[in-house]
Design a binder for this molecule. Structure first.
Ligand SMILES: Cc1ncc(COP(=O)(O)O)c(C=O)c1O
Length: 391
């Protein structure tokens, strides 16, 4: 391996959200934080060097996005996803969560209904509610041990006020990489019933197993016409703190409405460092990404083997995409508050509570696997000992 994913970095003095909140949330600093989707890997050196080179010039005034920036995004989509996009389709957003809010503003009106499919990344809920839209839930269902979309349920919850659905593709937290056939069925329903699909593809480069990621808008002209794709290198290369993103929208009317929402929020200028980081990551980050994915697969294997051999009470959902494992702790027989306390206070491991992701999350925990393997090994050891002490 060219890159060292076992390297331990002390993030103590970096005001990292993931690390700094330990004492406040868990009552102790002696807790392994495996919660928020933030890696403990150094980003590709190619990216750090590009940011440092730009930082060496001491004027950080308003930037434009360069031609190279657009070429990088277009090239990435072509190489990684087989999706041909045009420069004009790429709209600025200072991040994917802001982009989701702009998209809701762009394609719905106050009082309209927005569908989400929980358990799902919690800002989907706030993107609807904070903008005065009604939230409609169409929970995922488990079929043969695998989460799937409930298409019949979706047909049932749509009425005249339902204008959009927000999709996590791949799905955080259940780890599904949606298959083309599933996306086609979703598109058919949304096109027929007049819904825009706000398709959050931030995890699309993080495919561990299962089908290749399909960009929903690449499926057909019909799909492209009703889709706002949200895309960023933020998760892929661990550069979320550089706050950037792209909304890729081929439908001109939707694109104008999206850009209008961005403009009326007063946000128009991109981030000097975000721009150079994106270009370096997409142009030179692929070897790092391939190695990182192999390392992640190793972490996931370690988790799966430990659960099979030593933690029979836990049940692991197959992880196809994202670096976030979704684990069923219900057999321990604890309520959610008890389970959270047990993990943070007894086991001293901080996982994301399933209830954070809404309906269907009770009894589950989400574990972030994007860290040196030693953290995962130690966390599993701690959980095993804490459970053994209760048996
Ligand atoms: C599905 C999903 N969308 C968006 C984000 C955050 O994106 P950003 O930091 O660009 O707002 C995350 C972060 O975990 C996520 O999991």
């Amino acid at each position: 391996m060219k890159y060292d994913f076992d390297a331990i970095y002390d993030r103590g003095n970096t005001d990292s959200l993931k690390w700094r909140l330990r004492a406040e949330h868990c009552g102790s600093e002696d807790v392994i934080p495996l919660w928020v989707a933030d890696m403990d890997f150094a980003c590709p050196p190619e990216v750090a060097e590009a940011v440092q080179a730009r930082a060496a010039h001491p004027i950080y005034g308003y930037p434009l996005r360069s031609e190279g920036y657009y070429r990088s995004v277009i090239g990435w989509m072509r190489r990684r996803n087989g999706w041909e996009i045009e420069k004009e389709w790429i709209c600025y957003t200072p991040g994917i969560v802001p982009g989701m809010n702009f998209a809701v503003q762009a394609c719905t009106s106050p009082g309209d209904k927005v569908v989400i499919q929980p358990p799902v990344y919690h800002p989907f809920t706030s993107a609807a509610l904070n903008n005065g839209r009604q939230l409609v839930e169409n929970p995922l269902v488990i079929e043969n041990g695998r989460y799937v979309m409930d298409f019949a349920g979706l047909e049932r919850v749509i009425d005249d006020r339902t204008k959009a659905i927000i999709l996590s593709s791949p799905h955080n937290p259940v780890g599904r990489v949606w298959e083309r056939a599933e996306l086609e069925r979703l598109t058919e329903i949304c096109a027929r019933r007049g819904l825009v699909i706000i398709c959050d593809e931030i995890h699309s480069d993080l495919i561990l197993d299962g089908p290749r990621h399909t960009c929903l808008a690449s499926i057909s002209k019909e799909a492209a016409d009703i889709t706002i794709t949200l895309s960023a290198p933020n998760k892929t290369f661990n550069i979320a703190g550089l706050t950037m993103g792209n909304a890729i929208i081929s439908n001109e009317k939707l694109r104008k409405a999206f850009s209008q929402a961005v403009e009326s929020s007063g946000i128009g200028v991109s981030n000097v460092f975000g721009n150079v980081a994106l270009e370096a990551a997409y142009d030179r980050g692929e070897p790092w990404l391939e190695e990182m994915l192999e390392y992640l697969r190793g972490n996931y294997r370690l988790l799966a083997e430990a659960i099979a051999a030593k933690l029979p009470e836990l049940k692991l959902c197959p992880l196809e995409g994202t670096y976030l494992a979704w684990i069923d702790f219900r057999a321990l027989g604890m309520d959610d508050a008890e389970l959270a306390r047990f993990l943070t206070r007894d086991a001293k491991v901080w996982l994301d509570e399933g209830t954070k992701f809404g309906n269907g999350g009770s009894g589950f925990m989400r574990m972030n696997l994007a860290c040196p393997r030693a953290y995962i090994a130690e966390a599993l050891d701690r959980i095993e000992k804490a459970i053994a002490a209760r048996r």
